[in-house]
Design a protein around this ligand. Structure first.
Ligand SMILES: [Zn+2]
Length: 255
């Protein structure tokens, strides 16, 4: 199984398609003739398309060859809602940018598949789905950072009064308590709803849905978006369409 993360036109009739496959991880494949209307794939392969991928790849350094792609999951419900579509495009961009090529991560495939399925349901809470996805993805690739206790002194976050001023530092790799944040310039303010959201995500066990309110989700997504931008050195292309970054955030960043 594979999910299309990126496509580039290769010629009049062919594409280079980047798939996240469940068993091989990210693969870049030359898809010959897919843009012909009568091709086996039924036309060009679109972003977010998911299905059975048959390919040959002799050498991981070179482009593999797509033999067959048959779409098995319909993404039509997602494409009907601009907000849901943008969030899913952000998710595939994040995976494509942060996951190394040819390194299998079946849990990440399952995470992305489930998040796209949830987003396709018109009554699913978008911010909570995105928050849970970003959280789990970052944790999986080892970049989430320490959110349970202060990275400066080790104080458990639960023991810090909820209204105390707290920050997250991407460079330091986690939360900084009121006694520790002063020494760091690069930091992002953690608002009370953000802290509640973090607590909810910290306590969620596998197989459960994260119980995040809309406002907690918005704040958690801003924090994780900030962290991802810092890790990558620049924002993801879709970020501005998905995560609100206000003046307050910029002011905090430059303090
Ligand atoms: Zn501290």
């Amino acid at each position: 199984m594979g999910i299309c993360l990126r496509t580039v036109d290769y010629s009049e009739t062919s594409q280079v398609v980047c798939f996240l496959t469940r068993n091989t991880g990210i693969v870049n494949l030359l898809a010959k003739g897919t843009k012909r209307p009568k091709s086996k794939s039924g036309g060009a392969i679109d972003l977010l398309a998911e299905g059975e991928v048959l390919f040959s790849c002799k050498n991981p350094e070179t482009l593999g060859l797509l033999m067959e792609f048959s779409e098995t999951v319909s993404r039509t419900p997602l494409r009907r809602d601009a907000r849901r579509l943008n969030v899913s495009l952000y998710m595939i961009e994040l995976v494509g940018k942060m996951l190394p090529e040819g390194d299998p991560h079946p849990p990440v495939f399952d995470l992305l598949h489930n998040a796209l399925e949830r987003l396709g349901q018109s009554d699913s809470p978008i911010e909570a789905v995105l928050g849970f996805f970003q959280w789990r993805f970052l944790r999986h690739v080892g970049l989430l950072g320490e959110l349970g206790s202060c990275v400066g002194c080790g104080t458990a976050v639960m023991k810090i009064p909820p209204n105390a001023e707290m920050y997250f530092s991407s460079q330091q790799g986690g939360i900084l308590c009121p006694a520790c944040y002063g020494a760091t310039n690069e930091k992002f303010r953690i608002t009370p709803p953000c802290l509640c959201g973090i607590s909810a995500l910290l306590t969620v066990t596998s197989g459960q849905k994260a119980d995040l309110s809309e406002s907690q989700g918005v704040e958690v997504n801003r924090l994780l978006g900030y962290h991802i931008t810092h890790q990558l050195g620049k924002p993801l292309r879709m970020m501005k369409h998905v995560i609100t970054t206000g003046n307050r955030q910029q002011a905090t960043e430059s303090r």
